[in-house]
Design a protein around this ligand. Structure first.
Ligand code: BGC
Length: 746
């Protein structure tokens, strides 16, 4: 009886919530319609026009007054934001507020690690906190719409924008996408501290040919749907307010003019009702692509494909009136785009609360924000090697030499897309080590090389002299911020300048050598890894990177980051990623290395498998790899059933034990292999992960609940289905190890 009452109450509550949401929606749509009904065609086109606000704003003011701008980018002084907003609200005929945007990619003032580093945390809850503080700081400065998260699957480290991505894996990227959307937008988009998110770049931009930015992609539909689209779909499900089209053309169609993508998939299949914004100038770049004849044609193609807002090209504002007057574009098409823009402005609460509170710049750089930035930096660091427990530094180490171009590079450690970060705030390793551990060890510091491309070795003698005085050497190498990011691609991802030589001479001293690498991408580091006793990969770790690293080096924090991308042994091994499909002749692991190939060997003596004679088939480090100061043992992998039907959820458990000396975190990773399908399947796919903390000798049962629909893929009939058959599960510390078991789907 009691149970019945509760169920009844829950039912009534759900009806109430549903009808409340419906009422709210109807009210919103009515507001949009009534605003729209009072607008001229030019004013409507104005809402779709997004312009840069850097430099002189006098001309901008005129356009705002005329109602010819809907959104302004890159104004971050709240006083200026309010001045422009006041013109829009009080002096333009429609009074529609502007929405101010910025690329808040990894923090606003308090810089977080670059997104690739954030992905290495495998800790979405923490990344959500990071996005939240970015939103709080950005909104304090008037920014209400961020062009992030960037969720392009990136499998080519030559591409500079891999730094902005969450790496090569679809599932990990999905989790990070949801985290950032939730962090930016909060529970309520109209909260003054919330900011609209923008999932970008739609679609396939990370797969540009040869890793050269802006290039074409050739992603077939199945791969597009299995690998590249899902993070966007998850972002949309998480109520992401906007989507940005990408620069590339896929299979001949530039994203900004791709109707199937923007209308059929995004609007019809996914029910997206937010804003689709172009990338910078990508409307008129369709002319250079050879896809549009001229600016007018570009505007027509874009708006008809389903683009709502034209970022910076001005093609919409210059052409839409004429396109409508001549009946080339229908007014309904224009209205739909304007509706989407107005919907965003209503949802952001801009009609009620258009101004930024200028007395409220209080939380930027707060202790809490700095602590979160430090925590993310700590968790992003990946321990790649730790021979004979070189790390953490023992109490016997009384003096250290700090060396290398990234040891005190406040600008570079902030990484790419650092529009608002301030170098004066950067905690570099030298600064942090001195401040935090200067009383425990004597710190010698010689940079050796001024910057990562520096080839000048004149200081190497001084470096050596100091190295001989020290008990241990910590070398901070890597790449400058400018070497990754947009348009910053490399044909060879080796270490630049004389950095490799620096590591060589340091290893020659026979002192414990700890190499810390700060970079925007995986670099080719085979030799440096083998010459070093310990290696930490720290990406570009942001404002608090130095403090995070200092605590890791001295063991106050145990590193637990995992690689979100496969590390190749040479640039020529790219593309190399863990979840590839198999060939009919996979590598066996028994292939002969180049040096062992007999002279005058006959063609067939080497066998016939898929590998490189000079590099083999394996990467330097696999996806998901990362050590700890402690060690973990996996055992007792079990599933609750061996045979399941499609509607079931599989329960999987594994025991993880801390078998080492330190308390530490471990990312327990679940991989599933679909052993047979109507089309070839990836050799394995990450389907879950859990970050746990264990004290020495502690063990935990880790349980994954895997709904079988998560195993669906786009099959031979281009339907997303789970196909019956045998599956293999592996749970481990990375993508290549751990116990396995099997199950079957009937
Ligand atoms: C980038 C976008 C960015 C936009 C606005 C473009 O060049 O591709 O990711 O959001 O500029 O700054």
């Amino acid at each position: 009886m009691y149970m019945k009452k509760i169920l009844c109450l829950l039912y009534l509550l759900s009806i109430f919530c549903f009808s409340h949401a419906q009422n709210e929606n109807t009210y919103l749509e009515q507001n949009i319609d009534s605003t729209l009904s009072g607008m001229t065609i030019r004013e409507k086109a104005g809402q779709l026009n997004q312009l840069d606000g850097r430099g002189t704003i006098e001309n901008l003011k005129i356009l705002i007054r005329k109602g010819e701008i809907g959104s302004v980018m890159n104004v971050t002084e709240p006083e200026v934001v309010n001045e422009l907003q006041e013109i829009a609200c009080k002096q333009s005929r429609t009074g529609i507020p502007l929405v101010f945007t910025r690329d808040v990619v990894h923090g606003f003032k308090t810089m977080l690690p670059i997104p690739l580093g954030q992905a290495a945390t495998f800790h979405p809850e923490l990344i959500q906190e990071g996005a939240r503080i970015a939103a709080i700081e950005a909104t304090e400065h008037g920014v209400k719409w961020s062009f992030a998260p960037m969720i392009d699957i990136s499998r080519d480290a030559r591409w500079g924008r891999i730094a902005e991505s969450f790496g090569e894996d679809t599932y990990l990227t999905e989790q990070m996408a949801i985290a950032v959307v939730n962090g930016f937008q909060g529970d309520d988009l109209s909260n003054p501290q919330s900011m609209a998110a923008c999932a970008k770049h739609f679609i396939g931009y990370g797969a540009v040919e040869g890793g050269r930015d802006y290039n074409s992609t050739h992603i077939p539909e199945r791969q597009l749907r299995d690998v590249y689209l899902p993070p966007f779909e998850k972002a949309v499900k998480a109520n992401c307010s906007s989507i940005m089209t990408s620069f590339n053309d896929n299979d001949g169609i530039p994203a900004t003019g791709n109707k199937k993508l923007l209308k059929d998939i995004l609007r019809k299949e996914w029910n997206f009702d937010g804003v689709v914004v172009s990338d910078w100038g990508s409307v008129t770049e369709m002319i250079k692509h050879g896809f549009a004849e001229d600016r007018k044609d570009a505007a027509r193609k874009a708006i008809e494909a389903g683009l709502d807002m034209d970022m910076s090209s001005k093609a919409f504002i210059q052409n839409i009136e004429e396109l409508i007057a001549k009946g080339i574009v229908s007014e309904e098409t224009l209205n739909n785009a304007v509706r989407n823009v107005l919907r965003l402005k209503f949802r952001l609460g801009l009609f009620d609360n258009p101004y930024t509170d200028i007395n409220k710049r209080k939380e930027t750089y707060s202790d809490k924000h700095l602590a979160i930035a430090k925590k993310i930096a700590e968790e992003s660091v990946v321990l790649l090697k730790n021979e004979s427990h070189t790390l953490p530094l023992s109490s016997e180490i009384k003096s250290i030499l700090i060396v290398g171009p990234l040891s005190d590079a406040p600008h570079d450690q902030l990484g790419t897309w650092t529009m608002d970060g301030e170098t004066e705030r950067t905690q570099t390793p030298v600064k942090a080590l001195r401040e935090m551990y200067g009383d425990k060890v004597k710190i010698h510091f010689v940079k050796g090389l001024e910057y990562s491309r520096d080839k000048n070795k004149t200081n190497f003698n001084k470096v050596l002299a100091e190295a001989h005085q020290a008990d241990a050497i910590i070398a901070f190498i890597g790449e400058e911020a400018i070497l990754s990011g947009e348009a910053h691609c490399l044909a060879d991802i080796k270490l630049q300048g004389a950095q490799s030589e620096l590591i060589k001479i340091l290893s020659g001293t026979n002192k414990p050598l700890i190499t810390v690498i700060m970079a925007g991408r995986p670099l080719i580091i085979n030799e440096e890894v083998s010459l070093s006793d310990a290696v930490l990969y720290a990406w570009h770790p942001g404002t608090m990177g130095g403090n995070a690293l200092a605590d890791i080096l001295f063991g106050k924090v145990t590193p637990g980051g995992k690689l979100p991308v496969t590390f190749p042994k040479a640039t020529g091994q790219i593309p190399i990623y863990y979840n590839h499909t198999n060939t009919g002749r996979p590598a066996t692991g028994k292939e002969k290395p180049l040096d062992e190939i007999p002279l005058n060997a006959k063609q067939s003596v080497l066998g016939h498998s898929s590998y490189y004679l000079d590099l083999g088939a394996q990467p330097l480090f696999p996806f998901g790899y990362g050590l700890s100061y402690t060690s973990f043992e996996y055992s007792d992998l079990k599933t609750d059933r061996a045979v399941l039907t499609l509607k079931d959820t599989l329960s999987i458990s594994v025991k993880v034990k801390n078998t080492g000396q330190y308390k530490g975190t471990e990312v327990v990773q679940l991989y599933v292999s679909d052993l047979f399908g109507s089309v070839t399947r990836p050799v394995k796919e990450l389907k879950g992960f859990k970050k746990i903390e264990l004290s020495p000798n502690e063990e935990k049962m880790v349980i994954f609940e895997l709904p079988l629909y998560e195993l669906g893929f786009w099959n031979i009939d281009m339907k997303k289905e789970v196909e019956p058959g045998k599956f293999k599960i592996r749970i481990g510390t990375d993508s290549q190890s751990g116990p396995e078991t099997f199950f079957e789907v009937k």
